[in-house]
Design a protein around this ligand. Structure first.
Ligand code: GDD
Ligand code: MN
Length: 865
């Protein structure tokens, strides 16, 4: 006996004869195999039909009584099998019997442990399936793929060595026994996937029901390390329900006491959480730990709770401020959303089933998915709520003066804002939706890039790092040129790797596009071009590209995409190019390498910084592997060359805080790979691995905290730090009031002058959309340069219209950059005054202003110097 075919049946009387006939028509040696039909109490006469076969062919019938279950049936068949090679297939002819030998031979030859008949491998297919089954199968497969690396982990047609079934969890049940089998192998099995054509049944009906799908989700959670089972879920829900009441009760009471939204929801949450933790640890998740209070676990509970709480503030604000739902009703959906976050956090992180933990690798994957989802939610919820920072308001002003390019930046940021606000409206969400989408594109390309370099687990961790590390997080939230830059940068890297390491011709097309769009976002992308050149010079295999047309065509394509910037510059006397180059060559000498390093530490976190340094400087020369060698070279050059250029610049110039952000994208996959190298025993790398968990949590906490703080406030913490650069919505309303008073008194429309380069004027313009329209200028009126405002408002003639200067700091209203006293250019200037800006009685910031009866013209002498 060589192999056993196991066929589970449940009411398959119309199919079973057809199947057995087709099986025996294959003319296999009858002594070589047996067929075991495992029937689950069919009521349509299936067992009777099988019994006719058992008398004259090597067919056995197992009749199970009790609760039908596919997994249990197959295991019963395995137990009764007489051979060591097992093939499982459906009875309804969905699986072609003609492929049996292809499936089983690799097992018999002991070349593989498991052979999967895959519908989703190239060459495989499904026929006659209704659309909803396709979708279900796709979703199910997609979920499974996050923890299991085969194309079709939910297939019902597979072969394996019999002893493997002993490792299947005794809790397994339902349809997906293959997934259970594969997961029990912890990635150690030799797996072959054979493409098959799955044909939907002609007779009878499918037995796959909603409850099977529910069971599948549950088993998937457990296989991924979540402590979900019917007991805990029920208890958890009960405890949660009690929590909801406490939470909502405290919230309502505080709202009635006229407490703010933030205070009410935070205190409500704390009250509920205290009760919940006590009950959950003593009761709901009891079986997983001992009775004594564990600090580690309590810390984890607090972490999850705090993150859920900070997210919930945003949801609440969204419902109340944007949806105009009364707070006392909005609290319920907010609680439900928090409960979901809390539930997953509890199952996977706070109270995981220690007896059933999957491998470290799988746990990292689960953590990555959870963290990335949380970050995406955080961005979605808060991006429309948090007011614009002045930079974003400035680029919004770009979009109000649409052009081929702009003086201090290429046009992509403006185009995206123009599109976003065109669709979503002139609000924060409309401005930021572009950044959000760029963040998703960046994640997609980073996944693909890291996947090509190191495989799936690393790719998932790399995306997690991008989501969580400060530069990555902010680039997917704030609509500044770096948002599209990061997306284009990582796309360029992806195509570079495909072209230079993998040798793909077609990658050059993608590269041309990515590079072109990237340089339309920010000129720094050009550094990747230099890095590519260096790589091609050093790497002999890649060098052959120099003699082929593809790179040159890609460069031409990129140049074509970049042409709007060139045209704008031709029309504007090369202003933008001159600006970019002269600001590097400016005579103000600053040695600022230390600042550069400090910035990098902030953008990457200290742990990320050390990991990056470790990778950059620990070149491992004793590797013989050619691919490994080239991969390292790629990472080191595409990170090292841009870094080197920034280092050189910083020896004589002051770099801006976020400039080096994107250069770390090339090294993220390697950092992510290092996190998973449990075998690497070097002290530094093992410390770094341990440090990642707190780092990730602290980062997430800080973002959620800041967003909650600027949108709803945090009780007990006043607004002070940096506030004068922010809260322009309220500040603008105050300025509008002043303008109205002046207009009323003088009968003339005043000119409002933002007394910073562009921040004040831009922010005032963006937030002056509801009140009466103000006439807003920038400080170039007084002879200072003000970037695009020099183009939009080139000169201001003397006028006797009233002037209102607005600034963030007092000194901005005293003198211009050249040191001239502003009162000389003003007619009857007033004293500098300020107003305190507040929201619901909570002080936010000051705004400074100064009035005058007119403008006498700017002093030209100084600005000519
Ligand atoms: N013994 C037993 N007990 N057999 C069962 C049971 C049960 O509880 N439920 C179903 N079967 C048998 C059916 O009689 C059939 O032979 C086989 O298992 C597959 O059942 P179908 O009802 O035909 O499943 P399907 O076609 O919807 O699903 C197919 O595709 C899925 C992936 O999308 C199967 O191949 C699944 O295994 C597969 O996961
Ligand atoms: Mn079927």
């Amino acid at each position: 006996m060589q192999f056993s075919i196991i066929v589970p049946t449940l009411n398959e009387s119309q199919n079973i004869d057809l199947l057995l006939t087709r099986l025996f028509a294959l003319h296999l040696d009858p002594g070589n195999f047996e067929v075991i039909i495992v029937d689950d109490n069919s009521t349509d006469g299936t067992p009777e039909k099988v019994r006719i076969w058992t008398s004259h062919a090597n067919v056995h019938l197992i009749e199970r009584r009790g609760k039908p279950d596919l997994t249990a049936s197959i295991l019963a068949g395995v137990a009764a099998a007489h051979s060591n090679a097992i093939v499982v297939m459906d009875a309804d002819l969905s699986h072609p019997p003609e492929q049996l030998l292809t499936m089983v031979t690799p097992i018999l030859d002991n070349n593989y442990d498991v052979v999967i008949g895959s519908r989703y491998k190239a060459g495989g297919s499904t026929e006659n399936w209704p659309l909803y089954r396709h979708c279900l199968s796709r979703i199910g497969g997609w979920l499974a793929r996050s923890i299991c690396d085969v194309s079709d982990a939910t297939s019902g047609f597979f072969a394996f060595r019999r002893e493997l079934s002993a490792h299947i969890s005794d809790k397994a049940y339902g349809y997906k026994i293959l997934l259970e089998l594969l997961m029990a192998g912890q990635g150690k099995y030799r797996i072959l996937e054979v493409p098959i054509c799955f044909r939907d049944r002609m007779h009878g009906t499918s037995k796959l029901s909603i409850s099977h799908q529910w069971a599948y989700l549950q088993r998937l959670m457990i296989l991924a390390g979540g402590a979900i089972n019917v007991n805990t879920a029920g208890r958890f829900a009960l405890v949660g329900l009690l929590g909801v009441f406490i939470d909502a009760f405290v919230f309502q009471w505080l709202i009635n006491q006229a407490a703010g939204l933030a205070t009410a929801h935070i205190l409500g949450f704390l009250a509920a959480a205290t009760v919940n933790y006590a009950l959950n640890s003593k009761w709901a998740f009891r079986q997983h730990h001992t009775d004594c209070l564990k600090w580690n676990q309590f810390a984890r509970f607090l972490t999850v709770g705090a993150l859920a709480l900070l997210l919930r503030g945003g949801i609440l604000a969204l419902l109340v401020y944007v949806g105009h739902i009364p707070a006392t009703i909005a609290i319920y959906p907010a609680i439900i959303a928090t409960a979901i976050v809390n539930y997953f956090g509890a199952a996977f992180y706070v109270f995981p089933d220690k007896s059933n933990l999957p491998s470290v690798d799988i746990r990292w994957r689960v953590a990555s998915i959870g963290i990335v989802i949380f970050i995406i939610l955080l961005r979605l919820v808060y991006s429309g709520l948090a007011q614009l920072i002045p930079d974003e308001a400035y680029y919004w002003n770009y979009a109000q003066h649409m052009d081929l390019s702009f003086f201090d930046h290429p046009p992509m940021v403006a185009w995206l804002i123009w599109l976003g606000t065109g669709i979503m409206g002139q609000n924060e969400f409309g401005v930021r939706i572009g950044a959000f989408l760029c963040g998703l594109v960046a994640m997609g390309y980073l996944y693909a890039f890291a996947y090509n370099l190191y495989g799936k687990s690393t790719a998932m961790r790399a995306v997690m790092l991008l989501a969580v590390l400060p530069f990555g997080f902010s680039s997917g939230l704030l609509m500044i040129p770096d948002a599209p830059l990061v997306a284009a940068w990582i796309a360029t890297l992806y195509y570079m790797e495909r072209a230079l390491i993998n040798g793909r011709n077609s990658a050059w097309l993608g590269m041309g596009i990515a590079f072109g769009l990237g340089i339309l976002s920010k000129y720094t992308l050009g550094l990747l071009g230099i890095a590519a050149l260096v790589f091609v010079i050093i790497d002999p295999t890649a060098r052959r590209w120099m003699k082929r047309p593809h790179p040159y065509l890609a460069a031409i394509l990129a140049l074509l995409l970049f042409s709007p910037v060139i045209i704008w510059n031709i029309e504007n006397n090369w202003a933008s190019f001159l600006f970019q180059s002269t600001r590097l060559l400016a005579d103000d000498y600053h040695f600022s390498v230390h600042y550069l390093i400090l910035h990098i530490i902030i953008m990457l976190t200290p742990v990320g910084f050390f990991a990056a340094a470790f990778i950059l400087f620990s070149y491992n020369p004793n590797t013989q592997d050619q691919y490994e060698h080239r991969r390292r070279l790629f990472v080191q050059i595409f990170t090292g060359i841009p870094l080197l250029i920034f280092l050189i610049l910083s020896t004589f110039d002051l770099p801006r805080f976020h400039w080096t952000g994107p250069i770390w994208l090339a090294i993220l996959p390697t950092i992510a790979w290092m996190i998973g190298q449990t075998g690497d025993m070097r002290v530094l790398s093992s410390y770094l691995r341990k440090a990642w968990q707190p780092t990730l949590i602290i980062c997430m906490f800080i973002y959620a905290f800041i967003l909650h703080y600027v949108v709803l406030g945090i009780p007990g913490i006043p607004y002070q730090i940096f506030a004068e650069h922010y809260f322009w919505r309220e500040a603008t309303i105050e300025i509008e009031r002043i303008v109205e008073t002046v207009q009323h008194q003088t009968g003339k429309k005043p000119i409002v002058v933002g007394m910073s380069k562009w921040s004040v004027a831009s922010a005032l313009s963006f937030y002056n959309q509801n009140g009466s329209h103000m006439d807003i200028r920038s400080r170039n009126m007084f002879g200072d340069s003000a970037a695009m405002y020099d183009f939009w408002f080139p000169s201001q003639q003397p006028t006797n219209r009233p002037i209102i200067l607005v600034g963030m700091k007092r000194h901005q209203l005293e003198r211009n950059q050249a040191g001239d006293d502003l009162s000389q250019m003003l007619d009857q200037p007033d004293l500098i005054q300020y107003r305190m800006i507040d929201k619901h009685g909570i002080p936010l910031r000051r705004v400074y202003y100064r009035m005058a009866q007119g403008f006498t013209g700017k002093i030209e002498a100084h600005s000519l110097n």
